[in-house]
Design a protein around this ligand. Structure first.
Ligand code: DON
Length: 585
């Protein structure tokens, strides 16, 4: 209670601009509510009272907030943001990809999970990524039409709007801002100019892509240029006019399928007509009294975030201190065990039996955690997927939305690589994904993120490849306190986990938690990756414990919104990606 009162006072101080806050606030070992904001932190979130959108592109966040201001709910704002990002953040925002959305409804307290993951076409086969020598050929899944899954985004956003929107806006009204941006053009930011420049060789070889993004001359735009996407505007107009059928049948579906086939794929217009998003039961678990609700299969994200957190619950992470060797060691050990389970057990639940309950079984996770030596790394060669109790058989983007009614959306969607395959379906302006590289091309063969898998994630007709995307909510006593998620391939799971740990164990506010240097371990390869900013002393100590430590590039674009018990919204966009933005009112 005292904490709550102090916290309320502190927040008021921040809001009223009394930043010369001098009092010392005693911070408990780990917060039973998310962090206490004192105004004295190194990084500061954006505050708002009524509604907020955090996304990787500031203009799209503004569009979402404008919908909230006009009386829309979080789902309406999410749908408008999702369509807008397809125009303003073409490397990851999309119509030609797929993703996962969690919706929290304040009225009933329920959380809904929408799976709009891309799906393998009906002509897909187990061996479609093997070359003539019988060995997996990564070019087939990453750089050819065989890697393109049937896009799910348009169906996913339309389903969200239809079932959970406020009813105040038609789908066409939510698409209208995206149409305007595509038609009138967007100002090319430094970030967009740089990313199109570095993708040029891979994606500029496709004629339609070259025409739209490289002026037909193979030249990347410069900062300040205006990027007009006329074909995309037309496609958006057709969706606004005809709804789903406009995209999944007729001319657009034909153009998508024939462009994919021309690039070596096997997709047909029938595959598009057969696409359906699915409502799933989200996965749930607890961490030090907070309830974590996240995405279920065909994403592995939620299961492994909860596994890692649960394995760590018996260790005093807070006592270890943020960034200490012990902190990163314990996380790495829990992560390697979780990712080992991922490689064996996870796949599309409509094709293989995923033992969700058993993987989240507390006794199972306690026994997994008991194998962790707090002083020494266990080589991954000695860690296999656990024996389960017999209970049952570069570039993605995330956005978080909270409205004034307390509804929330946590959405991660992707084309897989930056700009996906890089192929724009002729005449549509739609960039297509190369998501099917997330299948295990052959047992033990790594995907682009180094993740391996087996039978459970083998390619098959109509199957959805396993994902790491982890849109997540955290609740305390039934009250929503955090909406978060990020891109980052295999690292999504470890990043979301660390955001939660940084807030719960280390009392970081959302801005501090998204900025804090992160680590990553995914079982195989047996490497503990640390970001720049981690102390070299920590790295040496981790090496002495037996870890192979490598410093790697900054990864991720976490978009978090915290809701304080007083109802204040505190949002933060990851500083690792320029151009991101929190908008609120
Ligand atoms: O679904 C997945 O797990 C991956 N296809 C996500 C790719 C990704 O996050 C790339 N972004 N940096």
């Amino acid at each position: 209670m005292i904490i709550a009162v102090r916290r309320a006072r502190a927040i008021c101080a921040v809001l009223l601009g009394f930043v010369m806050f001098t009092g010392f606030i005693a911070v408990p070992a780990h917060a039973d509510v998310l962090p206490i904001i004192t105004g004295n932190e190194r990084f500061h979130p954006v505050y708002a009272r009524n509604g907020m959108v955090a996304s990787q592109e500031a203009l799209a966040s503004e569009i979402g907030v404008s919908i909230l201001k006009q009386g829309g709910n979080a789902v309406d704002a999410a749908v408008a943001t999702g369509f807008a990002l397809a125009v303003t953040l073409p490397r990851a925002g999309n119509l030609g990809g797929g993703g996962f959305m969690l919706v929290h409804l304040a009225g009933t307290g329920e959380t809904i999970a929408i799976d709009y993951r891309e799906t393998a076409p009906a002509a897909a086969t187990r061996d479609m990524y093997l070359g003539p020598d019988g060995k997996a050929d990564p070019d087939l899944s990453r750089n050819s039409g065989l890697g393109t899954g049937v896009p799910g985004t348009v169906a996913g956003l339309a389903l969200a709007h239809e079932k959970y929107g406020s009813g105040t806006f038609t789908l066409a009204e939510l698409i209208a801002p995206a149409i305007r941006l595509a038609e009138q053009g967007i100002r090319v930011s430094d970030d967009l100019a740089m990313s199109l420049g570095s993708a040029r060789e891979r994606i500029g070889k496709y004629e339609a892509t070259n025409a739209i993004f490289y002026g037909g001359r193979g030249e990347a735009p410069r900062t300040g240029d205006i990027l007009v996407q006329r074909d995309l505007a037309n496609t958006l107009r057709v969706i606004a006019r005809d709804g789903l059928t406009g995209f999944y049948s007729g001319a657009i579906a034909e153009q998508i399928a024939s462009s994919v086939r021309a690039a070596g794929g096997v997709m047909t217009a029938d595959d598009l007509a057969a696409y359906a998003p699915k409502l799933r039961e989200p996965v749930r678990g607890s961490y030090r009294g907070h309830e974590v609700v996240s995405m279920s299969p065909p994403s592995s994200g939620g299961i492994h975030i909860i596994q890692i957190l649960k394995m760590l619950e018996g260790f005093d992470i807070a006592d270890a201190g943020y960034g200490s060797a012990r902190h990163f060691h314990l996380l790495a050990e829990a992560m390697r065990r979780a990712y080992a389970d991922r490689a064996t057990y996870l796949g599309d639940p409509d094709h293989v039996a995923v033992p969700v309950k058993a993987l989240l079984d507390e006794a199972y996770l306690a026994s997994r955690a008991s194998g962790i030596d707090p002083e020494r790394a266990t080589p991954s060669a000695q860690v296999n997927a656990g024996t389960l109790p017999k209970q049952e058989s570069e570039q993605t983007t995330h956005f978080s939305v909270v409205d004034r009614f307390g509804n929330a959306v946590s959405n991660t969607y992707t084309l897989n690589f930056s700009y996906g395959l890089g192929l724009v379906a002729e005449g549509t302006g739609v960039l297509l994904n190369n998501e099917l590289d997330d299948f295990a091309a052959a047992p033990g063969v790594p995907n682009a993120y180094g993740l391996i898998g087996g039978e459970a994630n083998a390619p098959a007709a109509g199957k959805r490849p396993l994902s790491s995307m982890s849109p997540t909510f955290v609740f305390r006593d039934g009250k929503l306190e955090l909406v978060t998620g990020t891109p980052g391939g295999s690292r999504i799971i470890s990043m979301v986990t660390q955001v939660i740990i940084d807030m719960v164990d280390f009392n970081m506010n959302p801005a501090e938690a998204v900025a804090a240097p992160r680590m990553h371990h995914q079982w195989l390869p047996d490497v503990l990756r640390i970001e720049q900013g981690v102390s070299p002393d920590t790295a040496s100590l981790l090496e002495a414990m037996g870890h192979d430590v490598k410093t790697s590039y900054a990864s991720g674009s976490v978009q978090s919104i915290m809701i304080t018990p007083e109802g204040l919204l505190a949002g933060a966009s990851d500083p690792r990606r320029p151009g991101a933005g929190v908008a609120g009112y």
